[in-house]
Design a protein around this ligand. Sequence first.
Ligand SMILES: N[C@@H](CCC(=O)OP(=O)(O)O)C(=O)O
Length: 532
Amino acid sequence: MARPRHPPSQTIVIKLGTSSIVHETTHQPLLSTLSAIVETVVHLRSQGHKVVLVSSGAIGVGLKRMEVATRPKALSKKQALAAIGQGRLIALWDNLFGQLGQPIAQILLTRGDISDRTRYLNAVNTFKELLSMGVVPIVNENDTVSVSEIKFGDNDTLSAITSSMIHADYLFLLTDVDGLYTSNPRKDPNAARIDVVTSISAIRSQVSTSTLGSNLGTGGMETKLIAAEIATAAGVTTVVTSSKDPKNIFRIIDYNNAFKSGVNTPLSGLQSGRSSPEPHPIPISITPTPSTTDHTSTTPTPSSEGASSSASPTPHAQRPPHTVFLPSAMPLRDLKAWTSHTLHPSGSVIIDSGAHHVLSKRESGGRLLAAGVLGVRGAFASGQAVRILVRKSRTGEAADKVEGPTDTDSPTHNSARTTYPDGTTTTEPNTPEINATASLSSSISTLDPLPTVDEEMTPSTTLKPLPEEDAVVIERDTSEWELEEVGRGLANYNSAQIDRVKGLRSSYIAQLLGYADSEYVVENITIRVPPS
Ligand SMILES: N[C@@H](CCC(=O)OP(=O)(O)O)C(=O)O
């Protein structure tokens, strides 16, 4: 198929880190880089693309303004410097974009700002309106009010969340290296750039990310992997490349668009920014090209799980240096992405592995009935985000030995370990949600079998039915069990209420709580870790 004269209109988020905005030691603005970014963005706009810039640098500019030599450690000092620098930073951007007649807007966000659904939608609407007006929104974290858990932590994550919010086609993470390397290219002459990443979890174990951050920014390559994980899960093609030659963005888009009608390349389907239904296969056609950065290693990637390496040269174009993270074949819907990435979970709902299996089959918006709940952890209100933890046997035995509903009269006080998706585990004492013997009233014990999740959508559930015995044992020795976070959702009832109705069929909710707003205890569930 003939290539279009211009690529189709796409929504592109470009993130520029502190190290690309101000000099690492003098803190002088890197005017040539900034000007090149401005020219690139304006050119992209003239081709019909919508562009959002995520710009770090407020603290760096503040350092220069106050002639402070090094980034302070104290949060309040960083916040003060950001407040000093942000105004000058946006003035600088406005000045540069203004030279080319391009209007800009400033958007300062915190995680707290968008953890409320209404505020989140307002932010989305503002983005949409600005983009339809032809304006380039320039986003930064609102450092003045960001503290600990409400901080995005770094602008890589912020740019990924922004990309997800506006359903971007591309996220470009511009940095001081031209891609993701197997080790630090400044120190290791054998470092090889990884061109295509199909599985971030697989690639994480294969690269050294420890030394790729700069003195000024907060992010290094690890935060880029986290950002890529968030963005690709939302269907956004994510690219790590050098900020030294922003015009590479054209070449990268052009290179990828050249394959948009191809059937045997990893980047087919890029016209809409979404991958084909099946995960992209390896290999991709790659022509190694001399790096445009200081790094001389252009050795193509060693072939390994999660990455692709060189095959045959493409007839279309030389491959500009970059690493591309391919978008998920099944992107999260907006509400699910919002639930997963922007809401700070206030507590946890523990489910059995049967419920985990059924929820993981749902493409979007999984809903959990009380019958699938084993317990709760922490205190949360109705409407708040919760972690979904699945209880698993440490011996590998199937965990859903749950033979019936429970009550909370006999909490155990053993410890339970939680294993999170990043591999970390926590051991917490006193977990009443993993109960010992549960004695049921005779009326409850005669309940009919029920599946544990939305049966309308999953008619062929394989979950075990509830037995009809009066007393049902869930488990006696909690040390055999561990909890793993597998997803996030929004609670329809508070923690005490869910604890009260756990294990019961929905018709008991009104009876026990005095009202029943919903037959589901948790909705909008995103399962990020499928059953093993
Ligand atoms: N919001 C901060 C940026 C945080 C930060 O350091 O981000 P980055 O340089 O992308 O790692 C600022 O404007 O200085």
